[in-house]
Design a protein around this ligand. Structure first.
Ligand code: FE
Length: 356
């Protein structure tokens, strides 16, 4: 059925005038409801997260105001804002940093049946009175990468073996003060005990090809160039390079092999990116809504695909060609909560071993 143009114009005029009358009668009845919003402090900054945030806003009508910085920037900001902080949700990467934020009282523990059901016990903070302070939403694994013409795979199949004299002059890592190292050492303390891990740290220092420096990608490049024989990297850096079509990256990847460490015992060390509700959240309801959204199927996919990670929710499966080609592997049983808690002991141990 066709409606004549004239009638359409009339209808529009009528609607406009009734809204106007309604507005006068009621003061402001036709204005929209107060905007629902959420202040997000995030150390994540991946392009695909944009889609995640707009999907949440589309689904809930809650606008997200974002403050983005690296983890230290977020933690410093929360510290300086103190009780006046307007943060609702804090997202950080690495268990060591999440635990540090918990100790600084930046989180407000929450209770959520949905999060309890969806996020495995080993991927969240230990429960506190009143709820759980933080949850992991995606996981990454710390793998071993080696130069195929310098190192035998059988010499680097476990984290422990990297400290063996056979690898003298071959090992490169990032700084012993970096959370990725602190978390790995925190995990080894749980798995092998303190005395064995102290010995391991000394062995690592004795095996260094150079003083610890640079990020994970720098370690991969140094292994490819032959400056180092073997290193430790988070899976997403390696996957990113495997997917790259830059000649330098393709060339680097062709020179290196990888190991899923400790497959016979202990499993690969796992870390998380995660978050929780901020202590003085001005919008606590929206904060819980957002955290629960992050555990939903669609958000889990965004989170994992955005940075070549795995979903924390085990029922969610993502297809990542880079990981598919690398096969399945056993992961550690140690909880991220225990790993986070061990970081102070880990740092002391590394300092004493002279691990720069
Ligand atoms: Fe990283």
């Amino acid at each position: 059925m066709k409606i004549p143009m004239k009638s359409l114009i009339e209808v529009k005029k009528l609607v406009r005038s009734s809204v106007f009358v309604l507005g006068i009668l009621s003061g402001n009845t036709y204005s929209a409801e107060p905007i629902k919003e959420l202040n997000l402090y995030s150390a994540r900054h991946y392009q695909t997260d944009e889609a995640l945030y707009s999907d949440f806003t589309k689904k809930t009508g809650i606008k997200i105001n974002r403050i983005e910085a690296d983890d230290n920037g977020i933690l410093e900001r929360l510290k300086s804002e103190g009780d006046k902080s307007q943060a609702d949700v804090i997202l950080l990467v690495d268990a060591a940093r999440l635990w540090r934020a918990q100790m600084s009282q930046f989180f407000s523990p929450i209770q959520s049946k949905y999060l309890d059901e969806r996020i495995p016990l080993n991927l969240r903070a230990a429960s506190e009175p009143g709820g759980i302070p933080w949850f992991g939403f995606s996981t990454r694994a710390r793998m071993i990468v080696f130069n195929k013409s310098i190192v035998n795979k059988s010499d680097v199949e476990t984290y422990e073996k990297l400290a063996d004299p056979v690898n003298k002059g071959r090992v490169c890592t990032r700084s012993g003060a970096h959370p990725y190292m602190l978390s790995l050492v925190g995990s080894l303390i749980e798995r092998d005990g303190l005395a064995a891990t102290e010995k391991w740290a000394k062995g690592m220092v004795a095996n260094m090809a150079r003083s610890p420096r640079g990020g994970d990608t720098d370690q991969i490049k140094a292994v490819a160039s032959g400056e180092c024989g073997v290193t430790l990297v988070n899976t997403y850096y390696f996957a990113r390079m495997m997917k790259s079509d830059k000649n330098d990256d393709i060339n680097a990847i062709s020179k290196i092999g990888y190991v899923w460490p400790n497959q016979l015992a202990g499993g690969v060390h796992i870390n998380i990116s995660g978050g929780g509700m901020a202590r003085n959240a001005p919008h606590p309801k929206e904060a819980v809504q957002f955290l629960e959204y992050l555990a939903s199927d669609s958000a889990q996919e965004y989170l994992a695909n955005g940075n070549n990670e795995w979903p924390a929710v085990t029922s969610v499966k993502v297809e990542n060609p880079a990981f598919k080609s690398m096969g399945n592997f056993q992961v550690e049983k140690v909880s991220v909560s225990a790993i986070g808690k061990n970081q102070i002991v880990a740092q002391k141990l590394l300092d004493q071993a002279g691990y720069k």
